[in-house]
Write a protein that binds this ligand. Structure first.
Ligand code: BTN
Length: 246
């Protein structure tokens, strides 16, 4: 596995895409100390100062376009496991791509975000770039959304390089399980780690807003909900927790 390291970069996603365009092999990783144009979901800005872990991985999975969200689940599980092993901190997954710390007052603080970008050729997935941003030793901007860093949670500095190595090890393991046995084992793990089940939420989707109670996560990564007495599934959207029902 080749790791391309940068002190500063626009976005590791863009660099990984550029490398994919030059037929870079599966498994290359682009990591930067800071990003001047870090990208989040829905084209949002992702603040990436020094002290955090900002990286992108390039893979060429043999999957259909509809299966791309499974890779977000897979990366989420790998990040949570690695942080548990390396920092002793238990985090959860807030569907679909946030890794969060649950505080004493049951408040959800974002520690990490995952951005999965797939490229297609002839209706098939050509390559996928999985970007992971983790607040490690950096200060976090809590103005827009509640956020936390691993330094803030543990009170100690964490080696960003060693954490990256552990995440890549976990990702490789789960990716191997996925290609050998399908998403089943990763899905099980993702359901265990989900902090959304039982919560009343509102989701903004392209088709409009929907409100209801989360009942689970489907095997393909979609969110299962009960809304106005009906069971529905949501493939993608921006989620906001209104209250805890259970
Ligand atoms: C989100 O929660 O909206 C996803 C954030 C993903 C941020 C990471 S940092 C490394 C990689 N490079 C980027 O520009 N974005 C991803």
């Amino acid at each position: 596995m080749k790791i391309y390291k940068f002190k500063e970069i626009g976005s590791t996603q863009d660099k990984a895409r550029e490398l994919a365009g030059r037929n870079a092999p599966e498994g290359i990783v682009v990591v930067a100390d800071s990003q001047s144009g870090g990208k989040g979901r829905f084209g949002r800005e992702w603040l990436s100062p020094k002290g955090g872990l900002w990286f992108s991985m390039l893979i060429y999975p043999d999957i259909s376009p509809a299966d791309a969200p499974k890779l977000t689940m897979l990366a989420g599980v790998a990040v949570v496991d690695a942080i548990k092993i390396f920092c002793g901190v238990k985090l959860g997954i807030k569907w679909p791509n946030d890794i969060v710390f649950i505080g004493k007052k049951d408040d959800c603080k974002k520690v990490s975000g995952i951005l999965t970008e797939a490229s297609f050729k002839k209706r098939k997935v050509d390559h996928v770039i999985i970007g992971v941003g983790i607040n490690v030793n950096n200060t976090v901007d809590k103005k827009e959304i509640p956020a936390a860093s691993l330094l803030g949670i543990t009170g100690r500095m964490i080696s960003v390089e060693s954490l990256l190595r552990e995440i890549l090890r976990q990702f490789e393991n789960y990716y191997h399980v996925f290609t050998e046995s399908g998403i089943g084992p990763v899905w099980e793990k993702c359901r265990e780690l989900s902090v959304m089940t039982g919560k009343r939420v509102i989701i903004e989707r392209d088709e409009g807003k929907v409100e209801g109670v989360v009942t689970g996560i489907r095997e393909d990564g979609a969110l299962e909900m009960e809304s106005n007495g009906k069971r529905i599934t949501v493939l993608a959207g921006d989620i906001k927790v209104l209250s805890s029902v259970t």
